[in-house]
Design a protein around this ligand. Structure first.
Ligand SMILES: [Zn+2]
Ligand SMILES: [Zn+2]
Length: 336
């Protein structure tokens, strides 16, 4: 019997990678559901009775809701709702792109034929299934560029090498990478600029620029990375500075398989759930793209309401009303 995987992001309180995959007996059905459990470095606003008790750490992406939906799916499978093997993947590291990469090899290892996931999405009708054909979320990565010279007394900057002018030029070049080539998006967002400690008595010897690169194609993202690294290298050489760079939180592009997306739309139709096609991609990145490279599948979204606060903002709260939509959709997809 063909197996399939329904995937969700699952997060973890600790920072170390951790993933649990459970296979039901062959007499049961198999598909796979991954999910993230992963706190974000932010506060939890409002007076929620279940607000995070850890100051500066909160689940503002719906990860607790993702886990709850996956647990409910577990009960549905155990109650015999699906008559073939299903893999439920509790995955870590959604926010930094690690979980999908960690789990992707298991799809081939277990012979999984299809993989599905959902994420909650604000700005669409509550409980609606929202989807996009082909590319649904872009690739992204963090890039930090360090320039190192020599500090000196602020009264004698000529005795040191202060990288402030080169960091400034590099920042402007980074901003200049933002563009649309026709319909294709390429973004470079400056997320941090730092030169020295700010002490008035010191001409600093170190500077750093941090950017997030985002593009519809991984190759276009790589082109931006190479352009910035080459420029940093060239500026450093001319000014006699040392240059180092590092990549962080690398996410692939997330591209849906046409036939699998058709199954998502059909499942919504059979359940009487409104299906809404997105005009544009969701600009955030998603590590589920790693699983979609390993196996055909689809990532769809469940609307949380037009006026609902976006994920990763203080006012966000996962609406429990969409849990049943998630579970019913996965059961329907798992039935095939
Ligand atoms: Zn998320
Ligand atoms: Zn998130």
């Amino acid at each position: 019997m063909p197996s399939m995987s329904i995937t969700w992001p699952v997060s973890v309180a600790a920072s170390r990678p951790q993933s649990t995959i459970r296979q039901w007996p062959e007499t049961y059905s198999a598909r796979s559901l991954p999910r993230y459990r992963h706190a974000l470095p932010m506060t939890e606003g409002g007076a929620l009775p279940y607000a995070s008790q850890n100051k500066g750490a909160a689940h503002k992406c719906g990860h607790d809701g993702h886990c709850a939906a996956l647990c409910a799916m577990t009960m549905a499978v155990e109650n015999g709702a699906v008559k073939r093997p299903v893999y439920l993947i509790f995955e870590t590291g959604e926010e930094i792109g690690l979980g999908g990469e960690l789990c992707a090899p298991l799809l081939a290892e277990k012979g999984i034929r299809e993989v599905y996931a959902f994420h909650n999405l604000s700005g669409y009708p509550m409980g609606a299934v929202v989807y996009r054909r082909g590319l649904t979320q872009p690739a992204s990565e963090g890039l930090s560029l360090q320039l190192r010279g020599t500090p000196s007394h602020a009264s004698a900057p000529e005795e040191g090498k202060n990288p402030a002018p080169e960091i400034a030029r590099l920042t402007l070049s980074a901003q200049g990478l933002n563009r649309r080539d026709g319909a294709e998006m390429k973004m470079c967002t400056v997320t941090g600029v730092k030169v020295g400690s700010g002490d008035f008595g010191i001409s600093p010897g170190e500077g750093e620029l941090r950017v997030t690169l985002r593009a519809e194609r991984e190759s276009a993202m790589k082109d931006m990375e190479v352009a910035l690294v080459n420029e940093a290298r060239s500026l450093a050489e001319k000014a006699g500075l040392q240059m180092e760079y590092r990549l962080w939180d690398v996410f692939p592009e997330t591209r849906n398989d046409d036939a699998c997306l058709d199954k998502v739309i059909s499942a919504a139709g059979r359940l009487g759930i409104q299906a809404v096609e997105m005009a544009d991609i969701w600009r955030a990145s998603e590590d589920f793209g790693h699983l979609l490279k390993a196996c055909p599948g689809a990532l769809f979204y469940i609307g949380t309401g037009e006026g609902h606060a976006p994920v990763h903002t203080d006012g966000y709260d996962f609406p429990d009303e969409i849990l049943s939509v998630a579970v019913n959709m996965f059961v329907e997809l798992a039935k095939g």
